[in-house]
Design a binder for this molecule. Structure first.
Ligand code: ZN
Length: 179
């Protein structure tokens, strides 16, 4: 079911999400939650979504990257479910991307984040997984997992001059990048 997206200002986006008990992962209710997340992400055109964004205060986020995305990055990362994730930063080196968020519609902002991370999590079968991610994928994962901590990407914008409406971004910033 496509769920309405909770937008910035909704207090659920500012809460730390609850750890998911292992037995819940096997439940029909959890299957339904995953389906709702996927349908909502696809419907609203996201490349990732976290449960608090649809009003569910649980530590689960999904990501799927297929070819060229709306952020101008071409990368394939298969549909993945991150349950109770933990991030380890593998470098202090950062890189910046213009991020956007379904919960902050119409805006883009430039955020710098560590460019190499390790994530330990459970997948949708409850199996313990570990991945190492770099570059844009590392940013996407950090963005989604921040939602489980009550953090929005706008909190991480250091230079508030680097916030733009999407239309102005397309008009002034993308063009400048291409020049
Ligand atoms: Zn977001």
């Amino acid at each position: 079911m496509i769920r309405p997206i909770c937008r910035m200002g909704n207090p659920i986006l500012r809460k730390k999400a609850t750890l998911i008990p292992k037995e819940f992962i096997d439940s029909d209710e959890f299957d339904q939650l995953l389906r709702d997340l996927k349908e909502s992400m696809n419907h609203y055109g996201g490349i990732g979504i976290a449960a608090p964004q649809i009003g569910i205060n649980y530590q689960v986020a999904i990501i799927e990257l297929v070819g060229l995305n709306k952020y101008g990055e071409e990368i394939n990362f298969p549909f993945s479910v991150f349950i109770n994730p933990e991030i380890t930063y593998l470098t202090e080196e950062t890189q910046g991307f213009w991020e956007g968020c379904l919960s902050v519609p119409g805006l883009r902002g430039f955020v710098e984040r560590p460019n190499k991370i390790q994530v330990n999590f459970l997948n949708e079968k409850g199996e313990a997984k570990e991945i190492i991610a770099e570059g844009f994928l590392a940013t996407v994962i950090q963005h989604e997992l921040d939602h489980l901590e009550g953090i929005l990407y706008v909190d991480r914008i250091k230079d508030t001059r680097l916030i733009s409406y999407q239309e102005e971004f397309d008009k002034f910033i993308v063009q400048r990048t291409l020049d």
